[in-house]
Design a protein around this ligand. Sequence first.
Ligand code: SF4
Length: 333
Amino acid sequence: MQLRFETVYYEPNTLNYELGKMLRTKYADLPWVEIENHNYIPELTAAENRGFPKLKSLLIIGVRKTHKYVPNHKVSDWLVPFTSSGCRAMCLYCYLVCNFNKCSYLRLFVNREQMMDRLLKKANAATVPQCFEIGSNSDLVLENMVTNNLRYTIERFGREGRGHLTFPTKFDMVEPLLNLEHGGKTIFRMSVNPQDIIRRIELGTSPLHSRIQALNNVAEAGYPVGLLIAPVILLKDWKRQYSELIAQLADELSEKVRKTGFIEIILMTYSFVHNAINKEAFPGAVQLYDREAMVGRGRGKYSYRNDLREEAEAFFRQELADKLGTMPILYIS
Ligand code: SF4
């Protein structure tokens, strides 16, 4: 996959870092615009909602200043602010849109050595091994196409770290990761949805079939693996769509993934902000806000009604027990 950008916005001190210099050379043919702070770029903040796809074609380069780890209680113990935030793809429900509003474009942080030193210090000081989620603010497999940061991260943690790293992805570009010395310390989680949802809603991500192959390949390369069925979207024919998805997974996942992998299931949440941006930026797209099926959860957020959530949970537990019974379900949320 070729990632194309139109303009680079950068903090000048990023050019003092090795990664900043590499990016300057790699994207030398693009316009480079100097900014004071990657967190606040007035002309982009002021952009109209309909300009959202154009914002996604920008690349922002800065130095990460926030390093606060947030405790987590799912696959990982900690959410770690890492080497990027935002993403070049345009999933219509992306929670980063909600967190960062329109600035969900790809931001790269050049001080990866500093972030990694900090992570290793925390990992190695813990009394029991910890798991660190490093991909909660972006898609690191996609980011890796620009920076090669995953190679650095996985190998360094493999050599020096205790416990695990983990990240989810919706991309299939795993080839550069297959021969790394990972030491089994990075848990690779592939996010999947029915192909029709990928095509119409997860704009700019990899197709289902190649995501499944990518997961098979990383499992074969010795990485611990998981499958994220997320976000589950309850469109009109959701039972048929997800039943077909699970049948395809049962058919195409390798024996190794089926025997060693785990499953997480997350139902979609949506928001007023998504709705406003999608209506103007993607007027012909699938309508994800469903007045009948969703209820408000405060601060402009919506999630599916409790009775629908229960119905979905029962459905997934049954379908997965029937077709992928060897893979434990860690949680449905
Ligand atoms: S791939 Fe992930 S980070 Fe990127 S737009 Fe989709 S949901 Fe957001």
